[in-house]
Design a protein around this ligand. Structure first.
Ligand SMILES: NC(=O)C1=CN([C@@H]2O[C@H](COP(=O)(O)OP(=O)(O)OC[C@H]3O[C@@H](n4cnc5c(N)ncnc54)[C@H](OP(=O)(O)O)[C@@H]3O)[C@@H](O)[C@H]2O)C=CC1
Ligand SMILES: O=C(O)[C@@H]1CCC=N1
Length: 272
């Protein structure tokens, strides 16, 4: 975990797509020491590449890069395949961040010495992301290279069973969206009690920040921390009784993740 000891793998890096996620990853890599001159971004519009990075709208007539990352939408996978078909040679490592799209679907479309699925989340932008990695038996060189890219983004873990990849995508890939929604709801609930909306928003985000950092550093579970906030007979317990009634919050989040997981599976099926 953490920063790669050996640094980024040698050779060019090409990104196909560089939007919210690919752009956040690339900016973080450049901040961590990746040479922007070694990077090429290919998009339809030619927009979105950070300063110093070569930005193209078509495949260059050059040998395949050492690392190729697919960072466009899953629905664009056929367009990516068509664009990359004339590529000369094959990358050592193909990294795909496409939600849903499974290893077999990638291997059926793209030539590469090794294919690694990566599922990052948006806080990679500040080096506090979560990246799940999956590959079926890539070489030590390829796994080291994948870890070198994952390290500067924050926490990363290998997922042993690809069948779990849609679930980790729902939990951690989509997770920031759910947490941002929770922060917004907490603020709205505070405003509903009469607080000025901007003050409620500040208090909600600061409360989330402190609680998340504390939970990450704690040697006890979030469930125990929750009980430490709730004095017997006090006001937190009264509020928590609402979240706990019929396991309301657990049921809501279980349904939320299941819906996301289902959608990932649909996107996977569409790409097969
Ligand atoms: N956003 C997130 O939090 C996360 C996203 N992901 C995954 O990341 C991928 C990208 O998502 P996100 O960054 O949000 O999407 P965006 O829409 O922000 O970015 C998509 C990028 O792909 C480019 N693009 C689209 N079509 C093509 C094409 N045919 N050829 C080349 N480039 C193309 C777009 O540029 P242009 O339109 O100019 O071509 C743009 O740069 C998805 O597969 C998603 O599943 C994974 C984890 C989290
Ligand atoms: O919404 C999506 O499809 C992507 C996958 C994970 C986060 N965003």
């Amino acid at each position: 975990m953490g920063f790669p000891v050996k640094g980024f793998p040698a050779g060019p890096l090409w990104l196909i797509g560089c939007g919210n996620m690919g752009g956040a990853m690339l900016r973080r890599w450049i901040a961590a020491g990746l040479d922007p001159a070694s990077v090429t971004v290919i998009t339809r519009s030619g927009k979105g590449a950070p300063d110093g990075v070569r930005s193209l709208t078509a495949l260059p007539d050059e040998d395949a890069p050492a690392t190729l990352m697919l960072a466009l939408k899953p629905q664009q996978i056929d367009a990516a395949q068509a664009m990359l078909a004339p590529m000369k040679g094959a990358p050592k490592l193909l990294l795909s961040i496409l939600a849903g799209v499974d290893h077999a679907a990638l291997a059926g479309r793209f030539e590469a010495d090794a294919i690694v699925r990566a599922m990052p989340n948006l806080p990679v932008a500040i080096g506090k992301g979560v990246t799940s990695l999956y590959t079926p038996g890539a070489s030590a060189e390829a796994t080291t290279a994948a870890e070198a890219f994952a390290g500067p983004l924050g926490h990363y873990e290998w997922i042993a069973d690809e069948a779990h990849f849609d679930a980790v995508t729902a939990l951690a890939g989509c997770g920031p969206g759910f947490v941002f929604r929770f922060a917004d709801a907490l603020a709205k609930a505070g405003a509903a009690l009469g607080l000025p909306a901007d003050q409620a928003a500040r208090l909600a985000i600061a409360t989330l920040e402190g609680s998340a950092i504390m939970a990450a550093d704690a040697d006890v579970s979030p469930a125990i921390l929750a009980d430490r906030v709730a004095s017997p007979g006090g006001s937190t317990r009264e509020g928590m009784n609402v979240l706990d009634r019929d396991d309301a919050l657990v049921a809501l989040l279980t349904e939320t993740l299941a819906a996301s997981e289902r959608r990932n599976a649909e996107m996977a099926a569409a790409a097969r």
